[in-house]
Design a protein around this ligand. Structure first.
Ligand code: CU1
Length: 182
């Protein structure tokens, strides 16, 4: 004889409903998870490389369902992940380094800012982890100073899409290449 639903599976379903209801309340009432340090063993969620081996601003993202940060070797790879349609709805929030506050060569764990609030410079001449990466800043004037020194243009979070990321990844917006094109 077979029951359509076993007691354990009914209990499991009930627990799942309660857990989901709890999560929803939690996300409304509690503060967002803080940025986590990126340590020597941490691998990039996209490419699997050791993140601390690279220069340039890094990123980390928190999914709605996970208290642990996903970590990225560069802002470019963070955004490539964030902007995938299947990820966009699952993401709680993300952080990037503030290059106004810390160095390009060895960005500090104490200099993270919310990715949505940052100012970005694209098409500059500084090398990121695997080629070009977006330079990220808390302050607009620091982004403009950086672009004055290293080329490129200043944009906001809303301006970043997969098309732009593709151009950056292929090196089509490099400051040095722009000069050659005249
Ligand atoms: Cu990576």
């Amino acid at each position: 004889m077979q029951y359509r639903y076993s007691l354990p599976s009914l209990l499991l379903a009930l627990m799942l409903v309660l857990a989901l209801a709890g999560c929803e309340q939690e996300s409304e009432n509690t503060a967002l998870a803080s940025p986590q340090p990126i340590t020597d063993g941490d691998a990039c969620h996209v490419c699997g490389m050791t993140i601390t081996n690279f220069t340039g601003p890094k990123g980390q993202a928190f999914m709605k369902s996970d208290p642990e940060a996903l970590k990225f070797c560069s802002t470019l790879e963070l955004f490539t992940f964030l902007k995938q349609p299947e990820n966009e709805t699952q993401i709680s929030h993300a952080y990037v380094h503030d290059i106004g506050e810390t160095s390009w060569q060895k960005p500090s764990d104490n200099a993270y800012i919310r990715a949505v609030d940052a100012w970005y410079v694209v098409g500059h001449d500084q090398p990121g982890a695997m080629g070009h990466t977006l330079a990220s800043f808390a302050e607009q004037n620091q982004a403009e100073n950086f672009s004055g020194e290293h080329g490129g243009k200043v944009i906001r979070f809303e301006d970043i899409d997969l098309e732009l990321l593709g151009e950056l990844g292929r090196g089509e917006m490099n400051a040095s290449q722009d000069h050659e094109k005249g």
